[in-house]
Ligand binder design. Sequence first.
Ligand code: GLV
Ligand code: GLV
Length: 333
Amino acid sequence: MPSPSKKFFVFVTRRFADSGIKALQKAGHRVEIYEKDENIPRTELLKRVKGCDALLPLLTDRIDAEVFEAAGPQLKIIANYAVGFDNVDLVEARKRGIVVTNTPSDAVNESVAEHAFALLLALAHRISEADQFAKAGKYTGWSPTQFIGTDVRGKTLGLIGAGRIGSMMAKKAVQGFDMKLVYADAHENLLLERDYGAARLPITKLLQQSDYVSLHVPLLPSTRHLISTAEFSSMKKTAFLINTSRGPVVDEKALLRALKTKRIAGAALDVFECEPAIDCDLTDTLELRTFLNVILTPHIASATIEAREAMSMVAAQNILAIFEGKPALTPAK
Ligand code: GLV
Ligand code: GLV
């Protein structure tokens, strides 16, 4: 007979979709949630984690040695409420035997892929620009030449990063919109090659061929500024860039130069290099917001009911697994 299971303490840095919270409580664990509807201030975080067995932070919380120290040696798991986990110091965690998990469930991946595809369509059909125009009362009658965009059918989508999210975007592009597909990834994705006729290319070749380039890589030292001046120079002048991954994957200053010199046709960004700021350097890049061929969304690619509930459940299931001495479901890797 297993002994009655031990009760643990879970600290959650902000209130969110509560299915996971309920699952943790139902299992009898003590869950404390930072009360205010704001990202937890650093000092508060360091105070509140004391004694916790599991920490459930957001991607905006920096989780490092200082936090591990503040929590204490009983800390077993960081269950990051995000697919990305560049906010967590994995090396420090590993040193201390703390498990780190993320939330790559189908619902989250789907939501991000849909958002990326929505941005692609919005760029092609100039939705955001036309919306601003119509709302500003500028529409005076149908015109044969106004807001001419391009169809996406037959165009080439270049995926940089062909993991789960990239693959879901690929499906929409090929099966839904008859696009051609090329991808760049450290790993071969045979499914994309077999089912969608995708070719795996070096990044430069991919950039030369693609009409839309969509980024689906994690932020790592090797992917920081992956898209910079040389990469923009390789792109077609008619091509668009879509970033729903992490801001620093794109060199924003280089993007701005590419836009100013019309090196590329436009961009859609859900993530920013100096988040939460839309521009890192006010004097230089404030302009990013002024381009009509640039669409900006405030890091909302996973902001759907389905995705946020799934993230909550996956985070909780990871915590429960560790508490029960089982392996994590989705270790960060
Ligand atoms: C959102 O950016 C996430 O990583 O889940
Ligand atoms: C994220 O889950 C990815 O693999 O792209």
